[in-house]
Design a binder for this molecule. Structure first.
Ligand code: ATP
Length: 254
């Protein structure tokens, strides 16, 4: 069953067509990767799904709903969470505090009940804490739990950002270049986190990634883009050996 469906989606920046009549769907429970050379339109596709941009034409459906009727601020409560190419965390807050921010969308209380810290607010706060502690354990972040983000190594911050997205309890996790800036060893760890997120948490993962080792190791299917359009779609090995993909990456000489 498809959880996300893009149909004939186009986005233009002035005279430049960044995404061109693109259609694809992501199945529930799979890891789906989008690859392509620089400027292929990968981040723009993410920004369309996150509702940062309105398409010029086409439809985007998520979990049976018209995603284009949602504002960007409503996408998280719909069950879509994302990480960013340039990590976006609160630098002067702890790992725990950053993850608790991710729980914010589940807050059902109003201002007065929060002011007087009513039993329901207390109960909700305890549930939030418990879920966040589970994520800290799941991602092996116990050693960093109370540390400020600003002082953490880059690789740890990348994992915390995944944790913050998981704290929103998503059905679909969008990972924007999860391996960028990571060492070989950290990339290998990231591969296992992504695999565990899918297998143990049952969350569908859509990622944009340049590291073909990570893409091949963890993805069920891969979509290759060039100039905003679909070049190939299939298993990692089908896409990597597709003539149009080889040509897009290496040029006609290959
Ligand atoms: N806000 C914008 N305004 C104008 N043009 C843009 C904007 N964002 C992206 N573009 C252009 O749209 C095209 C697709 O860009 P996009 O960032 O989606 O590519 P990408 O595949 O993610 O590239 P990279 O791998 O380098 O991140 C590029 O030609 C880019 O210059």
């Amino acid at each position: 069953m498809s959880i996300l469906e893009l149909d004939n989606v186009t986005l233009k920046f002035g005279g430049l067509t960044a995404v061109n009549k693109l259609s694809f769907s992501v199945e529930q429970g799979e890891v789906f990767a989008i690859v392509g050379p620089n400027g292929a339109g990968k981040s723009t596709v993410f920004n369309l799904i996150s509702r940062f941009y309105d398409p010029y034409e086409g439809s985007i459906r998520f979990d049976g709903h018209d995603l284009l009727k949602q504002k960007a601020s409503g996408v998280a409560s719909f069950g879509v969470a994302r990480t960013f190419q340039n990590i976006e965390l609160f630098d002067h807050a702890s790992v725990l505090q950053n993850l608790l921010v991710g729980r914010h969308r589940h807050r059902q209380s109003n201002f007065l009940s929060e002011l007087f810290f009513t039993p329901s607010v207390k109960r909700q706060e305890m549930q939030n804490r418990q879920l966040v502690e589970e994520i800290i354990d799941f991602l092996d972040l116990q050693a960093y739990r109370d540390k400020m983000i600003a002082g953490l190594p880059y690789g740890v911050r990348k994992v915390v950002e995944v944790g913050r997205a998981l704290a929103t309890d998503p059905k679909l996790l969008l990972l924007d270049e999860p391996a960028s800036g990571l060492s070989v060893e950290e990339t290998s760890d990231m591969r296992w986190w992504i695999d565990d997120i899918r297998r143990q948490m049952g969350i569908t993962v859509l990622m944009v990634e340049h590291d073909m080792g990570l893409v091949s190791g963890v993805s069920d299917r891969v979509l290759a883009l060039a100039d905003g359009a679909k070049l190939a779609l299939g298993t990692p090995s089908e896409v990597q050996s597709h003539p149009a993909v080889i040509e897009a990456y290496l040029g006609k000489a290959s």
